[in-house]
Ligand binder design. Structure first.
Ligand SMILES: *Cc1c(COP(=O)(O)O)cnc(C)c1O
Length: 385
């Protein structure tokens, strides 16, 4: 890992293992050690590693036409945009493609300026990305403070607090942005009527309602989009992570009047909607349908919720589908991640007392059981320290 610190910047800290290959829910490191991957590239590899449909689609595309730019149309871009439009259940939906979650939220931010307003309401502890615009929406002081001054006109209110939102939304508000479930903040689920309330306040004030589904989209919660349980329809949906199944792809989908706010020349991305990344996304979406992966998410989710909550040292299990936050009795989350890695399991700790798991959506019951047994054993070891 000396090579890492000699050639890479310090922004991530230095990793402890180097991964070289993967298949399904397993990855292998340089020494040949196998790990059960319950983080899946941070909620990204929704079909696991080296899924045949993605391998085939990407290989085929790169050998025919790798990149064309948005000066030209491409069949994959058209097909994927139509597919996403259909998934929203609204023919008025229009798609903008980019390469990441931060870019998808940047696009939403710029779109909102086209309302003629500039105020934004976001939530504390939310994560919307790290570029200066998306960081201005992100509500985590540790990530924001070193980079102030950020974009003006953005206020952050406590997540899940409808009243606090209502107080801040007015006729000058361009947009309201929330994660349907906060991911990076430690998998925080809002009250059941929260999204409905936000819809009402935005309708009353004319503000755009933006759901950042970068982490909760593409089947992660058992639905196509993380907000669907609420029955509410947003004006804007942002996507990335799972969309490309491991290839870099993001999207900003605007619905209704918002879908025509951008004029020609208003925004762009050289790589956005790249033929290879969109080929992967088409393979992701069709495999989720063909392999009946959403029912698998729901089945494995209820198994994991039940089993994990029985493990001594766990005080709460929360989330939806296969985005699960595990609250621990003691602040041993970082040690637990390390111990699990030693025992051949990859997970993540967004805080000192919380573990996040976000495995591939097609994991088997066998691997779910294996997760439970390794996790329980590891927690027993670190809990006793
Ligand atoms: C990861 C994430 C982002 C940022 O995505 P990048 O691709 O890292 O820019 C934005 N919003 C949410 C909810 C995320 O989980």
């Amino acid at each position: 890992m000396k090579r890492w610190s000699n050639a890479l910047q310090d922004n991530y800290g230095t990793p402890t293992i180097e991964l070289v290959s993967g298949k399904g829910s397993y990855v292998k490191d340089l020494d040949g050690t196998l790990y059960l991957d319950f983080l899946a590239g941070i909620a990204t590899n929704v079909l696991g590693h080296a899924h045949p449909a993605i391998v085939k689609a990407v290989t085929k595309q790169v050998s025919v036409l790798g990149h064309v730019s948005n000066f030209y149309a491409h069949p994959n871009v058209l097909e994927l945009a139509e597919k996403l439009q259909k998934m929203t259940g609204d023919k008025s939906a229009r798609v903008f493609f980019c390469n990441s979650g931060a870019e998808a939220n940047e696009a939403a931010l710029k779109l909102s300026r086209r309302t003629g307003r500039s105020r934004i309401v976001a939530t504390r502890e939310a994560f919307h990305g790290r570029t200066m615009g998306s960081l201005s929406l992100t509500g985590q002081p540790s990530k924001r403070d070193p980079f102030k001054p950020l974009l003006g006109g953005v206020v952050h209110v406590p997540f899940g607090d409808s009243r606090a939102m209502k107080k801040k939304i007015n006729k000058r508000t361009a947009m309201v942005i929330v994660e349907p479930i906060m991911g990076e903040a430690g998998v925080i689920v809002p009250p059941a009527d929260y999204l409905q309330n936000l819809r009402q306040y935005c309708d009353e004030s004319g503000a755009l309602l933006v759901f950042d589904c970068v982490q909760t989209g593409i089947g992660r919660t058992g639905d196509w989009f993380g907000y669907e349980y609420s029955g509410v329809k947003p004006d804007v949906i942002t996507l990335a992570k799972g969309l490309g199944g491991g290839l870099p792809l993001g999207a900003m989908i605007a619905i209704g009047p918002a879908s025509h706010l951008f004029q020609a020349g208003d925004h762009g991305s050289t790589f956005g909607g790249n033929p290879i990344a969109t080929a992967a996304a088409l393979a992701v979406l069709s495999s989720i349908e063909k392999e009946k992966i959403l029912p698998n998410v729901n089945e494995l989710s209820s198994f994991l919720f039940t089993e994990i909550s029985l493990i001594p040292g766990v005080i709460e299990v929360r989330g939806a589908g296969l985005l699960i936050g595990i609250e621990l009795e003691k602040p041993v989350a970082k040690d637990l991640v390390k111990k699990c890695q030693e025992l051949g399991l990859l997970i993540n700790a967004p805080g000192n007392t919380v573990i996040r798991i976000a495995p591939a959506l097609n994991i088997s019951m066998r691997d779910a059981k294996k997760f439970v047994s390794i996790f329980a054993a590891a927690l027993k070891e670190v809990g006793n320290v």
